[in-house]
Design a binder for this molecule. Structure first.
Ligand code: ZN
Ligand code: FE
Length: 254
């Protein structure tokens, strides 16, 4: 099993400290900077064995080299992004398994936000580190990929259990919620989730993790086949990917 701790960094980034409880092996997912991660590790008197990067953007790899120097940890990232991930030691391929002590992660491909974006899924801990692919009530901007690629990446998550906890790269949930209501205003589950988000934000608490089942019910970017959303967008008979692309375009302008 994994112990998972959220570490807020920069304006709205989340890194995650994870520790395999049996072996004591530790990792940090997407450290944008080293400082906040070091403070958390020292607090817990933990070392650092691995850094797991979901993609090459600076706000996900910015702490790599400083942490590697300090802890002599191994940096894990997508093989295809070897040139873009600072200090990469363990180059992983899509579909491969990665072991953090006795905890096994499956590497999922998720092109769209960037070409080389990957997700780390720990089935036995029901944890998905989704980087900038899937946010709570949102999805990443299409910086490098096409709507087709992102739609395929998001749709592939239906193979995972609904109980999977989603640990994403940013606290964008309140803004995403406001946008989601413009796309899916009568979705009861979304309205309930919005109330919960409001309560968490007012209390100064993170809205993360959410669950995949909650995202399937509430996240408009996963719901392109929903009749009410299609009606709202006047795209009743369009392909799912066309509906998805329209939602993504509207969010870019929101
Ligand atoms: Zn990014
Ligand atoms: Fe990011």
């Amino acid at each position: 099993m994994l112990d998972i701790h959220l570490v807020p960094l920069l304006a709205d980034n989340y890194a995650y400290l994870i520790r395999d409880t049996e072996s004591g092996k530790t990792a940090v997912v997407d450290p944008s900077v080293a400082d906040g991660v070091v403070a958390e590790l020292e607090n817990r008197k933990w070392g650092l064995d691995y850094i797991l990067n979901t993609h090459h953007h600076y706000d996900h790899v910015g702490g790599n080299l400083e942490l590697k120097q300090r802890y002599d940890c191994k940096i894990v990232g997508f093989a295809g992004d070897r040139k873009r991930i600072p200090g990469l030691d363990i180059a992983v391929e899509i579909g491969q398994e990665l072991e953090i002590g006795n905890s096994k992660a499956k590497i999922l491909g998720a092109a769209g936000h960037t070409h080389g974006h990957i997700l780390y899924w720990f089935p036995s801990s029901q944890a998905l580190f989704s980087g900038d692919t899937l946010f709570s009530l949102g999805c990443g901007r299409l910086f490098e990929g096409t709507p087709e690629e992102m739609w395929k990446s998001l749709s592939a998550l239906h193979a995972l259990p609904g109980s999977t906890q989603v640990y994403c790269g940013h606290e964008y949930t309140a803004d995403n919620a406001a946008f989601a209501l413009t796309i899916d205003p009568n979705n009861h589950a979304l309205l309930e989730r919005c109330k919960e988000i409001d309560r968490l934000v007012r209390a100064g608490l993170p809205t993360i993790p959410s669950t995949l089942s909650s995202e399937w019910e509430c996240n408009p970017f996963l719901r392109a086949s929903d009749p009410a959303i299609r009606a709202q967008l006047n795209l009743a008979s369009a392909r799912d990917v066309t509906v998805f692309a329209e939602i993504r375009k509207r969010k870019d302008l929101f």
